[in-house]
Design a protein around this ligand. Structure first.
Ligand code: HEM
Length: 594
């Protein structure tokens, strides 16, 4: 039976609307479903237009064009309409239409600054995707990520799309499975267990200090790169019982490059998870990541076969003591070993690099920390022993301040409201089912409602007790409704609940204690042994400009002149001395120095 052109067009419109409904309801991600929904209907409906066009080619072209146009129109109209469950939340139109927008925005590493600008414009909650919200509100942290919070979000499906059978702990979206896999990790990072890692850490810190001694002199080194070598070697010791000697040999196997080169694309794919399936099935794409995984796999196999004299992280993950009722498989442990290196080395290296950068830019903080280290670890005292760490208030303040300004995971970790749950109240916000959301670490850490004065400035003193701060000569009024209006002196506001660099709740960073121990030990040893300053001519503002958000952050070069203590050329000489006190700041603001 011949069909008229309008009837044919109507049929294609109906098919496109049905396709949109199915996508909206079931969110199919496998290529076969995509083929069935995006290829079959327009092809099948071609026959309805046959009589209206001269050739089969023309007919197919028109059928597909109409089908996709109707589909796109329907999707766009729905996402911008008041019918959409997130229509009440503000956000830029491109964000509301498609996640391709954020995929594009994030590709230059500056998504953290983009989210910050969105929060400045739209407020505490912003719709940054058709079904996704970014939140900058301390009241949302616990309901979103706490014990009764939400499971991890679809972000991980794209980021780790190649992990089809065995997933690394960080990307497990099923809460029960996550708990099962997290158990050996929790055991590995108990206070008592951690004592067993002290020797592994001290050995690596000594290697690092020896290398700095060799590198010290009038020329400069890239301190950030040396720190990366240290954290990588240390995490390899922990995860696979050794096998990496970057501090000694440099990155001769190009491993650091393999680890970092995949990060930008992984972030882009995390915004459009379904695309990950296609990407990973393409030959020769993602080769670096595959090489990195097989590098780790080989080390895991070797560590498993050889066993180890020391109880390292692998010992607990593989359950060598046979404690677990449902122990992880070798494949799971190998996958988590890769995770330990990815999650543990870059993050800690970023914190240490940012910390040293901030100290060099702020001579007062540098001197205060050096004095504290000298008090607890005078020359001859082993600074790699953690004995005094708990008493070093200024050290803790410096580390917190570096993590506040530069959280290594700049934009936070996504959670999602499961389908069928009926939605979830997160602080003052209702999240309908199918919504993903995250607290934006970078924005919340620099929010003046939580950290004042000068939330963009590096000012460790904000972490001290009021008594200690006053002893150093700082005095700020407590916030009151009138204080900011009646006087020029800003109020002091400090809300540690808004400080979440290791995330929050039962799925937070399991390696937090190890990271802090590593940072404290390395900082004490370096401050005890060396003076350091920026290389001459270094532009201090470069650091923030070169800091990129690829879920874990990537940083630029940190050219530093290192001198053993007592050999002159000490703190703040050269260009930095002339420049006076410098506070790294993205948006401006400085503390009045005492
Ligand atoms: C300064 C250093 C570090 C920072 C700031 C940091 C931060 C984070 C963040 C934000 C997450 C995401 C948690 C979430 O999804 O809510 C995470 C997860 C994780 N981190 Fe760290 N991390 C650091 C160092 C380490 C170290 C040294 C290890 C050691 C192995 C480690 C292992 C992990 C693991 C295994 C996860 C997944 C946890 C889970 O999903 O249960 N991290 N980290």
């Amino acid at each position: 039976m011949a069909t008229s052109l309008p009837d044919g067009i109507l049929a294609i419109l109906a098919a496109a609307l049905a396709c949109h409904l199915i996508f909206n309801r079931y969110e199919p991600v496998d290529p076969l479903s995509h083929l069935a929904l995006l290829g079959v209907p327009p092809l099948a409906l071609t026959s309805l237009l046959r009589t209206a066009f001269p050739s089969t080619f023309h007919t197919i072209l028109v059928a597909f064009t109409l089908y996709y146009s109707f589909l796109v129109l329907s999707v766009v109209a729905y996402r911008l309409s008041p019918l959409h469950p997130l229509s009440g939340y503000p956000g830029p139109i491109p964000c509301r239409i498609s996640k391709f927008w954020m995929a594009w925005i994030s590709s230059d590493g500056k998504q953290h600054e983009y989210y910050t600008r969105l929060h400045q414009k739209y407020g505490d909650v912003v719709r940054i995707g058709p079904n996704e919200l970014s939140i900058r509100d301390v009241d949302a942290i616990d309901p979103l990520m706490g014990v009764n919070g939400l499971p991890k979000g679809p972000h991980w499906d794209g980021r780790m799309a190649e992990q089809t059978s065995v997933r690394a702990l960080i990307s497990i979206r099923d809460t029960h499975e996550h708990m099962r896999r997290r158990k050996p990790w929790n055991r590995a990072f108990r206070v008592a267990t951690m004592k067993g890692y002290a020797e592994i850490l001290a050995n690596r810190v000594h290697d690092f200090v020896s290398q700095l001694e060799r590198q010290s002199g009038p020329g400069h080194i890239n301190l950030s790169e040396w720190i990366s070598r240290f954290t990588f070697d240390f995490m390899s010791d922990m995860a696979f019982g050794g096998g990496s000697e970057m501090l000694r040999d440099g990155d001769k196997d190009n491993t650091w490059h393999l680890l970092e080169s995949g990060l930008p694309l992984a972030l882009v794919l995390s915004h459009v998870p379904w695309l990950g399936k296609y990407y990973t099935s393409l030959p020769s794409i993602g080769e670096d990541l595959k090489k990195f995984r097989s590098y780790c796999q080989a080390r895991a196999l070797r560590r498993h076969a050889q066993g180890s004299q020391t109880k390292d992280l692998f010992h607990y993950l593989i359950d060598e003591e046979g404690i677990e009722r449902d122990p992880p498989t070798f494949a799971e442990v190998a996958s988590d070993g890769v995770l330990a290196i990815v999650a543990g080395s870059d993050t800690t290296a970023t914190t240490l690099s940012c910390l040293f950068h901030s100290l060099m830019a702020n001579r007062t903080a540098y001197r205060r920390l050096r004095d504290e280290v000298d008090r607890f670890y005078p020359p001859g005292e082993d600074a790699s022993a953690a004995t005094h760490h708990g008493k070093m208030k200024y050290l803790t303040a410096v580390i917190n301040e570096a993590l506040r300004l530069y959280p290594p995971v700049l934009s936070g970790s996504q959670r999602a409201v499961p389908k069928g749950s009926g939605g979830k109240q997160v602080g003052p916000y209702f999240l309908p089912e199918g919504t993903s959301a995250f607290v934006h670490f970078y924005s919340i850490h620099r929010d003046p409602r939580y950290f004042s004065p000068s939330p963009d400035a590096f000012w460790p003193e904000r972490w001290l007790s009021e008594e200690d701060r006053q002893a150093l000569g700082y005095s700020y009024p407590k916030p009151s409704p009138s204080s900011d209006k009646s006087t020029k002196v800003p109020s002091f506001i400090h809300n540690p609940s808004a400080f979440i660099p290791f995330s929050y709740g039962p799925m937070n960073c399991v390696g937090k204690k190890l990271a802090l121990q590593e940072i404290r030990t390395l900082v004490c040893c370096v401050m005890q042994g060396f003076d350091f300053r920026f290389a001459d001519g270094y532009d201090v503002t470069r650091w923030e400009r070169e800091l990129n958000d690829f879920f874990v952050s990537m940083r630029g070069e940190l050219p530093v002149v290192i001198t053993p203590r007592g050999q002159g050329d000490g703190v703040g000489s050269g260009d930095n001395e002339k420049r006076g006190h410098v506070f790294p700041s993205a948006i401006g603001g400085a503390i009045v120095e005492r």
